[in-house]
Design a protein around this ligand. Structure first.
Ligand code: ADP
Length: 175
């Protein structure tokens, strides 16, 4: 685990030059707003084409699971699409499902032998997950994955889009 660097930055995930950026997709994989809209806009139609094929083959993507596609015109090599839970108050398995997003994305990246990955703050936009709780799960699930698995990854970056998330992640990663 020592050699894997955990970073936090404030910025736009579509600009990250990493092996894979993670998308906070929805169950249909057919595109949405927020970070999903930004990724498809910046990456071009090749990403949506592959998402449509995956959707046709497996009927979308269940919450907590992840799939991988090309990154089209983005500087990243791949996009890992994972579906975060909608916040319903916390008693609908939201913590476990959100942790699964991070675990399954890290598994996919490891299977593909990737060295770097960048995550957005999954579920903290329109899906309404409280930011502090989501940040604790993101960091906790990532550290747990690294303790339990050998991975090709050398760098994991949490890309925060707003000041509040940036401050939360900075604080949690300092601890
Ligand atoms: P969800 O439906 O999972 O809540 P959203 O896309 O609404 O997904 O929001 C997830 C997080 O992504 C939010 O914290 C939002 O501020 C952030 N976000 C939106 N656009 C970008 C972007 N271009 N780069 C990084 N993060 C972004």
């Amino acid at each position: 685990m020592e050699q894997v660097k955990l970073n936090v930055i404030k910025g736009d995930i579509t600009k990250q030059e990493v092996d894979a950026i993670v998308n906070a997709a929805n169950n249909s994989l057919l595109g949405g707003g927020g970070v999903d809209g930004a990724i498809h806009r910046a990456g071009g139609p090749a990403i949506l084409e592959e998402c449509k094929q995956i959707s046709a083959n497996q009927g979308g993507c269940p919450t907590g699971e992840a799939v991988i596609t090309t990154a089209g015109n983005l500087p990243a090599k791949y996009v890992i699409h994972t579906v975060g839970p909608v916040w319903h108050g916390g008693n609908q398995h939201e913590p476990e499902l959100l942790a699964n997003c991070y675990r399954n994305s890290l598994h996919l990246a490891t299977e593909k032998q990737l060295k770097s990955i960048a995550f957005p703050n999954i579920s903290t936009g329109v899906y309404g997950y409280p930011k502090y709780k989501a940040a604790e799960i993101a960091v906790g699930a990532t550290k747990e994955f690294l303790q339990q698995h050998d991975t090709s990854l050398q760098s994991i970056t949490f890309v925060c889009f707003d000041d509040e998330n940036y401050e939360l992640y900075s604080r949690i990663l300092d601890e």
